[in-house]
Design a protein around this ligand. Structure first.
Ligand SMILES: [Zn+2]
Length: 67
């Protein structure tokens, strides 16, 4: 089955019986992402994690200051 990446419009061929195809058909919306877009987003997520701008981290730092 042919699938189109939602981000870059790249068209790929995936196995019609694979889990991904099944999911795409069930949802009826195209949420397919090609491998390069998937990797790019995953990288961005990791970069965001590495900036340490998490509330969790800030709270911990503030606590440390109070002590
Ligand atoms: Zn893509």
């Amino acid at each position: 089955m042919r699938v189109k990446c939602v981000l870059c419009d790249e068209v790929n061929q995936i196995d019609s019986y694979c889990l991904q195809a099944k999911r795409l058909r069930n949802r009826r919306i195209h949420t397919y992402m090609c491998q390069s877009c998937h990797d790019r987003i995953e990288k961005k997520t990791h970069e965001r994690l590495n900036t340490g701008n998490f509330r969790f981290n800030r709270e911990r730092k503030r606590e440390h200051h109070l002590l």
